[in-house]
Design a protein around this ligand. Structure first.
Ligand code: UT7
Length: 332
């Protein structure tokens, strides 16, 4: 049987920085409030002519370079995004594949909001273990600034742009295999986080920027409580299922939504501070890109070593959730 191994990571953040002080000139907020309630100090914003696919391509180029796998051997490209280049078609994955020069590989997008990267990881694992594909590029890429309402202080302080990518490939060596991926969803809570326009379920017949209905809307406080509960439960289950103790996890990499959520979950799971990876202060919430961007930070800091187990945990619109136990298994 083939196993799926996590070979490499890459990320890209756009140049422009939007600070809390910048935001306090746009809406009724302050650096103090944002820092205290979210831990976020700044986020990056893509240029007008820089699309989600452009961010994804730059992250993917780094992941591919570091993977030791040839571009022509990539046979599946999966992109997790809620801010695609185009709403219906083509998928952002096909655009990314084309810009990278990947020809003929299967390519599609996943819509699972902040859990998107873990959903993509589960798809890569399943395709590889079934023998259908061998080398999968997964990309989490978001230009959330394009769907953020900069008159709504409840959401605009949170979100940023960026991308992360990973190469997952087949191996016979069980030691380096992705141990487990859990994913789930509950549409009963669909209205907690949504972009209400642009689809057939919408009361509006077109994307209407002026009415603000194509922007993200969130019931922040309710979402916060469900997030802490779900993230904690999710981790407990995956650790229990695999007979792993939380103290044996080298790197806990949760979705970067809010420092208070990360801390509450870390404490509930009795994680030590040195186990928890935190990047929310400099990137904000980048939805499907947040986990691979955090893994990349860890990698570039030199703190991610071959064989170390990463515990990933995410929660997002849908509602969706997911967790994964992933040994880092570079080829070079
Ligand atoms: O990534 C997917 C999942 N997303 C999340 O997990 C996000 C979850 N939610 C959150 O991170 C937090 O709920 C927020 C940061 C969005 C809000 O923090 P909160 O502690 O839940 O605040 P709240 O919504 O209960 O609002 C408390 C007060 C309100 O004022 P009143 O009614 O008490 O007078 C808000 O109007 O804070 C006010 N407020 C603000 N004040 C200054 C809300 N946003 C702001 C702001 N600046 N930006």
């Amino acid at each position: 049987m083939a196993y799926a191994a996590f070979r490499s990571i890459g990320a890209y953040v756009p140049e422009k920085i939007l600070t809390n002080d910048d935001l306090s000139k746009m809406v009724d907020t302050s650096d103090e409030w944002i820092t205290k309630r979210t831990g976020i100090k700044e986020r990056h914003i893509a240029a007008e002519n820089e699309f989600t696919s452009d961010l994804g391509v730059k992250a993917a180029q780094k992941a591919l370079e570091r993977s030791g796998i040839a571009l022509e051997d990539i046979d599946l490209v999966v992109t997790a995004t809620i801010s695609p280049d185009y709403f219906c078609m083509p998928s952002t994955a096909t655009i990314i594949a084309n810009k990278l020069g990947i020809k003929g590989a299967t390519a599609f997008d996943i819509t699972a909001a902040c859990t998107g990267f873990i959903y993509a990881l589960s798809v890569a694992k399943a395709f590889i273990e079934s023998g259908m594909k061998k080398n999968v590029l997964i990309v989490g890429a978001e230009k959330l600034s394009a769907i953020t309402d900069y008159t709504d202080r409840g959401t605009c302080i949170l979100f940023g742009d960026g991308a992360g990518a990973a190469v997952i490939s087949a191996t016979d060596n069980k030691e380096e295999a992705i141990i487990d991926v859990h994913t789930g969803a509950d549409g009963e809570y669909a209205d907690l986080l949504m972009t209400p326009n642009g689809g057939t379920g919408s009361a509006h017949d077109s994307l209407d920027a002026e009415a603000g209905t194509c922007f993200m809307q969130m019931k922040g406080n309710e979402t916060f409580k469900v997030a802490v509960r779900t993230l904690t439960k999710d981790v407990k289950e995956i650790l229990e299922d695999n007979n792993i103790k939380s103290e044996d996890i080298k790197h806990f990499i949760p979705h970067q939504a809010n420092l208070r959520i990360i801390k509450a979950v870390g404490e509930a799971l009795k994680m030590r501070e040195d186990q928890v990876v935190i990047t929310v202060e400099k990137y904000g919430n980048t939805s499907g890109a947040s986990i691979p961007m955090a893994i990349n930070d860890l990698y570039e800091s030199g703190a991610l070593e071959k064989g170390e187990i990463m515990l990933l945990d995410a929660f997002g619109g849908g509602l969706t959730w997911g967790s994964a136990l992933v040994p880092f298994a570079p080829l070079k």
